[in-house]
Design a protein around this ligand. Structure first.
Ligand code: NAP
Length: 274
């Protein structure tokens, strides 16, 4: 039996066990994917235990994605550039490889949901400069977006992220002007998420044909997405990024690159709606 899991603290909220469990059953694989509640101060010991316990690897979630880097033996390019790992592979010699699949998950879902989007045609505006925003800016730069504007509450974080990826930092007051020239707006803040303050953005300056991508997926239909749909813009929800980022890890551990099947989407949507 092949073993994998997800380490986080807390971990009960994670939807990854349901997601990987569905793929394991769908593909008839003899494997298990389990939640692993690991306190931050125990992270190194938990990671070192993976080969001993026979794990093929694991995902990392809050707050471990950045904390894990010093304990890993090898990082892929994305993990190094983003400064975080969300997927750990145990190599045959027991060494730990850290990968970041959030950038892949974001761009794969965006391309699947907005096939008409042309990265090089117009600029992109990213709201937020936290961990998710870092992966998204990395993905957009690699996809060929020539002009990326990062808007964040704490300006120093926007400047640091912009500097790392050749993007530009801007303030909330610049948004109307930036949106007027943008082909893509991404919300990578936690604003608009259940239990968090609302996100107030007026989408009216966006050109026709622009895409609005909100990576928040609780609720599934955020007010930002509803506003985009009401304007006739392409609205891309956050659940698909979560599903797509999981695919490369599943392939590395269980040997099959799984697809984002409609039945799986329906299962997780029902789960989120409660
Ligand atoms: P994070 O590192 O904590 O970053 C949070 C971001 O939100 C920062 O830019 C922060 O701005 C901003 N923010 C928080 N409260 C704010 C407020 N009251 N006013 C203005 N800005 C505020 O979190 P993260 O890991 O990047 O995650 C961000 C969101 O993305 C979360 O909702 C998370 O669930 C979602 N997410 C979704 C996926 C997916 O697969 N769909 C993947 C990862 C994350 P400051 O820098 O100024 O504090």
């Amino acid at each position: 039996m092949i073993l994998a899991g997800v380490m986080g603290w807390p971990i009960a909220h994670s939807r990854s066990p349901r997601l990987h469990g569905w793929w394991l059953r769908h593909h008839g694989i003899d494997g298990a994917y389990v939640p692993l509640a690991v306190r931050p101060e125990m992270l190194e010991q938990a990671l070192r235990a993976l080969p001993v316990l026979g794990f093929a690897g694991c995902n990392l979630t809050i707050p471990h994605k950045e904390l894990a880097l010093p304990f890993l033996d090898h990082l892929d390019d994305d993990a190094r550039r983003i400064g975080a790992a969300n997927t750990i592979i145990v190599r045959p010699d027991g060494r730990l490889e850290g990968r970041n699949t959030d950038a892949f998950g974001f761009i794969a879902h965006l391309r699947a949901s907005a096939p008409a989007w042309q990265p090089a045609r117009r600029s992109a505006v990213v709201l937020g400069a936290g961990g998710a925003a870092r992966a998204i800016v990395c993905a957009l730069a690699d996809a060929g977006v020539r002009e990326i504007h990062i808007v964040n509450r704490r300006r120093d974080r926007a400047v640091a992220l912009a500097t790392a990826f050749g993007a530009a930092a801007a303030g909330w007051e610049d948004l109307p002007r930036l949106l007027a020239g943008a082909g893509l707006l991404v919300n990578a803040t936690s604003l608009g998420m259940s239990g968090q303050p609302p996100l107030h953005v007026d989408l009216s300056p966006l050109p026709a044909g622009a895409v609005v991508d909100d990576i928040v997926y609780v609720p599934l239909e955020t007010p930002l997405l509803a506003q985009a749909r009401a304007r006739g813009l392409t609205a891309v929800g956050g659940l698909g990024m979560l599903l797509h980022q999981a695919r490369p890890g599943f392939e590395a551990w269980f040997g099959i690159l799984p697809a984002v099947e409609p039945d799986l989407v329906a299962l997780l949507e029902a789960d989120i709606r409660g």
